[in-house]
Design a protein around this ligand. Structure first.
Ligand SMILES: [Ca+2]
Ligand SMILES: [Ca+2]
Ligand SMILES: [Ca+2]
Length: 456
């Protein structure tokens, strides 16, 4: 584990405080990129299979004119959404958490750095935000899978809050329960990991349900202060391959296969017994409830959304001050409705990448008002595979099968023209050659394949 950059940051802050006169409108601190887009299948020249991560910045005025940069080439990711952002160290700058579930961490024999190679243990990186145009490039903390050899795809999902990082390992085995899954909760002080992570499964005390073969507990995650103690986050965990079998431990061949389940654990860092709720979705075969999750904190009630894309349903819950989730709305759609979710600006964005010929996204007001449907525009684009809200009410929609590279649409929710972004479009760079510096020949460029498969 490594924590770096604090002295430089402090120096920069102190210099700014001493040198700058007092402004009514201080300049914006560019702590972190506004958008991060991942291409899990991106290939660097001579280094295939590592994935690519792109940082995109909005200009300050008018419609977004995105300045794109490839900040890190060697960050593998999967399409399920292993990106999270929060100010983890509390320095006022957002930090980025990136899961790489198909990579094993290893210590270089003659260097302090942690390397990585193909594997199924997984690793997670925290890219620390800071002032400057390329945050997180130099200051990184690596969280390797806590136990090597478990092949649990640690980093399949990630979530973050101040002083806290949660990591899902949905294919981790327990005795007699292969792929039952687990979640690891890391506590941090500043940029230092405080202690060994807490391992949470459906067999942990206070967690509802039982760890059974194939549940995939930890497939999706959210961390947000939804209720209970103020300032202490709740942990939400999806287990979309859970079989609905009523109470008790599942017997082979019983129950509704892959109905899925969502677990909410209140005030997850407090001492004492865990308070947990199990949220059941539509009890139908293959509903896969908990495939995607979204949370929203605000001045009013806190919201939790969970999807069952196998039956095209999304449930919305309000969380009471006690921390108990209360269902308020259910929406239905078509085309794997709920494959992706994002909460923001009083709306829930719901991706349905198999809706119509191109895929669709629906923006649903949380007060139950009329929906806005945004159809994709190219057959087979998988528009809506990933969704995210950006500044000023712009919605980002990933279409990873658009063209040869995949693309992301910036959609103005108030109406207006979409802006498409794709690697190599003259604006977003192509993935570079691995390890031969910034100057490379055109035939040494990497390949973009699924740009937009996940965003944060
Ligand atoms: Ca920070
Ligand atoms: Ca279970
Ligand atoms: Ca709380």
């Amino acid at each position: 584990m490594r924590a770096a950059g604090t002295p430089a940051l402090l120096t920069a802050l102190l210099t700014a405080l001493v040198a700058a006169p007092v402004h009514v409108n201080p300049p914006i601190r560019r702590c972190a990129p506004e958008i991060v887009v991942a291409d899990p299948s991106g290939q660097e020249y001579r280094s295939p299979g590592v994935g690519s991560l792109y940082a995109l910045k909005f200009d300050e005025y008018g419609p977004p004119r995105v300045r794109a940069a490839l900040t890190r080439g060697q960050v593998p990711v999967t399409p399920e959404g292993p990106l999270a952002r929060a100010d983890i160290d509390g320095d006022g700058c957002e930090d980025l958490v990136v899961g790489s579930p198909h990579v094993d961490a290893f210590r270089q024999p003659d260097a302090p750095a942690i390397g990585a190679g193909p594997g199924d243990d997984g690793l997670v990186q925290i890219l620390w935000g800071g002032p400057g145009d390329s945050p997180g490039v130099r200051d990184t903390t690596v969280l390797p899978a806590p136990e090597a050899g478990r092949r649990g795809h640690f980093g399949w999902s990630v979530a973050a809050a101040k002083g806290l990082v949660a990591v899902g390992a949905p294919h981790e085995d327990a005795p007699g329960a292969a792929d039952s899954g687990a979640v690891y909760l890391f506590r941090l002080s500043g940029r230092e990991v405080r202690d060994a992570p807490r391992r949470i499964t459906q067999d942990s005390p206070g967690v509802p349900g039982n760890g059974e073969a194939g549940d995939a507990f930890g497939w999706s995650l959210a961390l947000a202060d939804l209720g209970g103690l103020t300032g202490v986050p709740e942990l939400v965990v999806g287990a979309p391959y859970e079989d609905d079998d009523g109470a008790g431990r599942q017997q082979d061949g019983q129950g509704v296969p892959h109905a899925g389940a969502v677990t909410l654990l209140a005030d997850v860092t407090t001492a004492g017994p865990t308070r947990g709720w199990r949220l059941s979705g539509p009890s139908a075969p293959g509903a896969r409830y908990g495939y995607a999750l979204a949370t929203g904190e605000g001045d009013g009630p806190a919201y939790l959304a969970a999807s069952a894309p196998g039956v095209d349903a999304v449930n919305l819950y309000e969380v009471t001050p006690d921390g108990e989730p209360r269902p308020v709305l259910q929406w239905r759609g078509t085309g794997a409705f709920g494959f992706s979710l994002a909460l923001g600006y009083g709306r829930l964005a719901v991706g349905a990448p198999y809706g119509g010929t191109a895929g669709t996204v629906t923006a649903l007001p949380l007060d139950g008002g009329p929906a806005t449907t945004l159809p994709g525009s190219g057959a087979g684009d998988r528009f809506g595979w990933a969704v995210a809200w950006a500044d000023d009410g712009w919605l980002l929609v990933g279409a990873p099968d658009r063209g040869t590279t995949g693309a992301v649409a910036l959609v103005p929710l108030g109406g207006g023209e979409r802006i498409w972004l794709a690697p190599g479009d003259g604006f977003v760079p192509s993935p570079p050659s691995a390890g031969i510096g910034p100057r490379f020949k055109p035939n040494e460029q990497g390949v973009a394949l699924d740009f937009g498969a996940s965003m944060g």
